[in-house]
Design a protein around this ligand. Structure first.
Ligand code: NDP
Ligand code: 2IT
Length: 446
């Protein structure tokens, strides 16, 4: 129940209208819960119908992707691009290939991306795209044919100053390469239309590491501010061992943390003395981390990735997928000594898990702030493409650190001013909202 009758009315309306979109409703609810007092204190938000305007995507594109598998069978998938909000800059956000992709997941991701991108302080609107195509078990040729056919429709909706997609779950360097190759063939031009490109054709150094590294930089700022401490010697568990999880684990280890647990779709691995990070590094390259790790290492293993949350740690970094950590998992983490949770994934914690952490005074880094390093370096990639000049590794890494520090300060300052110093969820929502709200008023009713 929201305190502002206006917010409650808008929430009831969207819940009725988008009844079959639970992830989107969840993202809106979390956001509205942070905005309650500010909306009551600021009548112009209602007068300008700001919330109604914010929760409606500017454009929702759905299209058919037809492709042929290696056996010659014709396959049909659904392709999407949701161009959520362009108040601050061109639409920007990743593409996800995963069977769970549908209207609801696309809209929640586009909505979150809008606020995340606002927090970076950079000129970026919010978007997301994807398909229910499942890349697991597909051959390289099948992946290429799918990507090419997806781009055959997507190309007409994107452009370096219109909408710039990137990777997400199931879309990495290989897929971005195939997507970019097809875009270039159709448009006959090399532009910064996708980010996360290979280094040989316009990619940026540090882009592939940026989300995971940025997450650790954000956690470092939190530990310094709230506990006058560092990540050194802290026991960390990281779920997911893809682009985000792997690089978060590696950076945490480099900074002196003890990475005790990781997971992938097949299960989890846990060693209270710390995983062998050289082996993790070698195995993550080809996927299947958990299955292969247990062939050569003694450790605790379970075939349900969710059971990772039952293992003791001090810092938990959920870096896999939405709603991977529920109330029961949250209780187990707290009981076993976890004092900080940092979201590398988008909305990995359910709303009741998030609320439980709050009641237990757990330090909590919301995804839209803590995982913004990836999209920030994407903007650096766009800048390098526009300049036709690549930046050095240390230059990009320093800029990433600066951006993560700034995001933390923005969230922390807004939390102090509008809620309480520990409420970074509200801090992130309010700080990003204020930037978008200012642009909305200045750009008029469009
Ligand atoms: P990847 O596809 O590279 O990796 C996803 C990882 O999660 C894989 O290791 C996968 O296992 C694992 N996984 C999937 N489902 C589960 C599950 N239920 N439990 C445990 N592990 C699971 O994706 P990314 O690393 O790019 O994205 C991960 C998250 O981070 C997503 O929420 C994404 O939106 C978010 N994010 C990504 C950014 C980016 O730049 N890539 C930026 C900001 C946020 P397996 O390999 O076995 O399938
Ligand atoms: O969720 C995200 O921020 C991403 N998948 C990265 C988006 C981007 O445009 O780099």
């Amino acid at each position: 129940m929201l305190k502002s009758p206006y917010l409650q009315r808008v929430f009831d309306e969207v819940r009725n209208k988008d009844l079959n979109q639970p992830e989107f409703i969840q993202a809106v609810e979390t956001f509205f819960l942070s905005m309650d007092e500010l909306v009551i204190q600021t009548p112009s938000i209602e007068k300008n119908a700001v919330m109604e305007r914010l929760i409606e995507p500017e454009r929702f594109i759905q299209f058919k992707v037809t492709w042929v598998d290696d056996q010659g069978s014709i396959k049909i998938n659904r392709g999407y691009r949701v161009q959520f909000n362009s108040l601050l800059g061109p639409f920007k956000g990743g593409i996800r290939f995963h069977p769970s992709v549908n209207e609801s997941t696309m809209k929640f991701l586009g909505f979150e991306q809008t606020f995340k991108n606002a927090l970076t302080g950079l000129p970026l609107g919010g978007a997301k795209g994807g398909s229910d195509f499942n890349p697991i078990g597909k051959s390289d040729q099948e992946i290429m044919r799918f990507c090419q056919n997806y781009m055959l429709e997507l190309y007409r909706h994107i452009g370096p100053n219109t909408d710039v997609p990137a990777g997400d779950i199931g879309v990495g360097n290989r897929e971005i390469g195939y997507l970019y190759g097809m875009y270039k063939k159709i448009q006959n031009e090399h532009t910064g239309v996708l980010t996360g490109k290979g280094l040989s054709y316009g990619g940026s150094l540090v882009r592939k590491e940026a989300t995971g590294y940025g997450l650790c930089y954000f956690v470092t700022e939190m530990l310094k501010t709230y506990r006058r401490d560092t990540i050194e010697d802290k026991k960390v568990i990281v779920s997911g061992s893809g682009k985000v999880g792997y690089h978060a684990a590696i950076k945490a280890f480099e900074l002196g943390a003890v990475v005790v647990g990781m997971s992938d779709i097949n299960g989890f691995i846990y060693d209270q003395n710390g995983l062998d990070m050289k082996a993790v590094s070698d195995l993550c390259v080809n996927g299947d981390l958990t299955k292969k790790y247990i062939e050569t290492h003694e450790c605790i293993y379970g075939n349900n990735p969710r059971d990772l949350w039952q293992q003791p740690c001090e810092i938990a970094m959920p870096c896999a997928i939405q709603n991977e950590l529920n109330l029961e998992d949250a209780k187990a983490l707290v009981k076993n000594g976890c004092f900080l949770v940092a979201e590398g994934a988008n909305m990995p914690c359910t709303l009741d898990a998030e609320n439980y952490f709050r009641t237990q005074n757990i330090l909590f880094a919301p995804g839209k702030a803590a995982n913004a390093g990836g999209v920030a370096v994407s903007l650096f990639e766009m800048s390098q493409n526009a300049q036709h000049y690549p930046w050095r590794y240390d230059e990009v890494d320093e800029k990433l650190k600066g951006i993560m520090r700034d995001i933390f300060i923005k969230c922390y300052s807004a939390a102090i001013k509008y809620k309480d110093p520990y409420d970074l969820i509200s801090g992130a929502n309010i700080a990003s909202f204020l930037r978008i709200y200012e642009a909305m008023l200045e750009e008029g009713i469009v």
